[in-house]
Design a protein around this ligand. Sequence first.
Ligand SMILES: Nc1ncnc2c1ncn2[C@@H]1O[C@H](COP(=O)(O)OP(=O)(O)O)[C@@H](O)[C@H]1O
Ligand SMILES: [Mg+2]
Length: 277
Amino acid sequence: MGSGSMNQPAGHSRSAIAVPTVSETASVDTGTKGESGTGSTRTPYLCGDSMTGGYGSGADILRDCTVAVEKGEIAVIVGPNGAGKSTAMKGLFGMLNLRKGTVWLDGEDITSLSPQARVAKGMAFVPQTSNIFTTMTVEENLEMGAFLRHEGMEQTMEQVYSLFPVLRDRRRQKAGELSGGQRQQVALGRALMTEPQVLMLDEATAGVSPIVMDELFARIVEIAATGISVLMVEQNAKQALAIADLGYVLVQGRNRFTDTGEALLANPDVRSSFLGG
Ligand SMILES: Nc1ncnc2c1ncn2[C@@H]1O[C@H](COP(=O)(O)OP(=O)(O)O)[C@@H](O)[C@H]1O
Ligand SMILES: [Mg+2]
């Protein structure tokens, strides 16, 4: 949301990341090494580069996994259950000890920063579960999102309420009393209260009706158009890839396909194996 309103598009261009010419890849060129071939060296705004690691001393879940998102773009991670999508998000957010790999934010190596320090640097993460305080009101949830802020909370809250008008109507209600779609709006709104530069969403449309899903995706497109980078994991893969600048198919902790959302949707192998035909 930056300092302006949520209605100022920031050049929502497609395919700004160098994507591999061969879509099925073992290693992925995200442009981090300045090999874009167009003469410009673009660095993705957020990039988990070649992440390898797992939980505690257990086996590696992520294996040389790379995911990235450009400024103001939407990147979508899809793949089967257990593929490591949520684990990749945790890796990016500093909730996993990576054995190998680097996390870059705006050109800075943030691999060793705590999640809190990453929030202070402009990252917001809406995890897959337990992403709201159910016993608090909607407005208290939004206030919690702004706990790191010193000023301007009211203005940001206004922006969240104009993005999600139903939250204004329900602001005195306990978040736990809301519908699934409304709870996801609370979680998203709470993340936006930190005025992030990058918004990470793990299955934000899980369990909502198709109409509510379309509505959420439309709001996510608006958010990206203000210049915020959006990286999301989605089970509603076709619909999510339809709004994605870049899509990643992860399988067993590895990159399987990386391409524009459009190209992945058109790829017969991706369709038959991962998008239900
Ligand atoms: N907290 C955890 N501790 C140990 N293993 C985990 C934990 N969370 C997930 N896993 C394992 O990591 C693998 C990938 O899980 P996850 O990242 O949640 O997949 P996805 O989000 O793609 O469904 C699975 O084998 C899962 O059992
Ligand atoms: Mg998951």
